[in-house]
Design a protein around this ligand. Structure first.
Ligand code: ADP
Ligand code: NA
Length: 328
């Protein structure tokens, strides 16, 4: 087919949160009709940090069910588990062997995620994760990768690795030797949304909303109950300026909460500016909580239905079942 190809994924770690949804999954839904789409549950990525083997299988199933509940349509998109396709890890090894260590040492996410344990104690898997992500993308000769802003550096790296491998092992000299010649890999491009690319933590406006943040209070999970959403919004960090506004560098929390409200309510930025400019936090917070509940409730209802319907749905998760049997 002549359709351009789109590939993306979410790790089955903890629960899927509003950042994953607004930065990635929600945008995937819009791409299904125009592109050939592959949405992967990237379970190999989920084991790079300490994890619970018993939870991984369940999280894999739950993440897949959430993809569908959010509107991914398996008659249009391919949805599968990374570890079910061994070629991801095989290609990763080839790419690792062509990746200078210095390139990986520049990755901000590695620096952030290894800070807690220290670089010496972080897993080799965490360090080489960008090569696996590059394999996820290059394996399918992808044109576009829809991700949140935190993945921008990894996509840039994927482009550099593809160019390097094309240079080293593609081209005329290899054709003469009987090789394929030309470009081995297509150079992928990131698709980063205008709004929602970087949803921030609810407890401090300066770090991104993340599965790995210790406090559950810092994020809205897609499956949080109504009461929990109301409570988290009620307690989220705000400021003491008068009125509400976007894009004031001194008010990151305000910008974050207005942006979330804008997307989940489906309103235009100007509309929200007008609606909220004179509002107090006491008026805005219930409005935001209601908009979130209204947007997330149908997803939650569909998720339960999907999990109940299909009792054979993605029961087999090779890496988790393999590791679980070691524990017996
Ligand atoms: P996490 O960073 O929470 O562990 P993943 O690494 O599985 O989540 O990321 C899955 C997708 O969600 C990626 O495209 C990533 O860019 C996006 N994403 C993660 N956190 C956020 C956020 N706070 N805001 C916007 N997008 C995000
Ligand atoms: Na991430």
């Amino acid at each position: 087919s002549v359709k351009k190809r789109v590939v993306s994924g979410v790790q089955p770690t903890g629960s899927v949160h509003l950042g994953n949804y607004l930065g990635a999954i929600k945008n995937w839904v819009a791409l299904q009709d125009t592109y050939e789409t592959l949405f992967i549950i990237v379970d190999h990525h989920a084991i790079t940090l300490p994890y619970d083997t018993r939870q991984l299988g369940k999280a894999t199933t739950d993440t897949a069910a959430l993809y569908l509940a959010c509107g991914i349509d398996v008659s249009k998109a391919s949805v599968f588990v990374q570890s079910h396709v061994p070629a991801h890890v095989e290609l990763m090894w080839l790419l690792c062997s062509s990746t200078p260590i210095g390139w990986l040492q520049k990755m901000i996410q590695f620096k952030e995620k290894s800070r807690k344990e220290g670089v010496e104690n972080a897993s080799v898997g965490l360090f080489t994760y960008p090569d696996l992500m590059t394999a996820d993308i290059l394996l399918y000769q992808s044109d576009f990768v829809p991700v949140g802003e935190d993945q921008k550096q990894h996509i840039e790296l994927a482009r550099e690795i593809a160019q390097r491998v094309n240079h080293l092992y593609g081209g005329k000299k290899w054709k003469k030797l009987g090789g394929r010649g030309g470009s081995l890999f297509k150079i992928p491009e990131p698709l980063i949304p205008q709004a929602g690319a970087r949803v921030m933590s609810l407890t401090d406006g300066l770090s991104k909303m993340s599965k790995s943040a210790p406090s559950d209070q810092s994020r809205i999970n897609l499956l949080d109950s109504k009461d929990l959403i109301v409570d988290k919004i009620k307690r989220c960090k705000t400021d003491s300026f008068a009125g509400l506004e976007f894009d004031n560098a001194e008010r990151p929390e305000c910008n974050n909460l207005l942006s979330i409200y804008q997307i989940v309510s489906g309103k235009k930025k100007e509309e929200v500016m007008e609606e909220c400019k004179d509002m107090s936090w006491g008026t805005f917070k219930p409005l935001l909580a209601d908009a979130l509940i209204e947007h997330l409730s149908p997803i939650q209802v569909r998720e339960v239905k999907i999990l109940n319907q299909s009792n054979t749905f993605l029961r087999v998760c090779p890496i988790s079942s393999m590791f679980c049997s070691f524990h017996k």
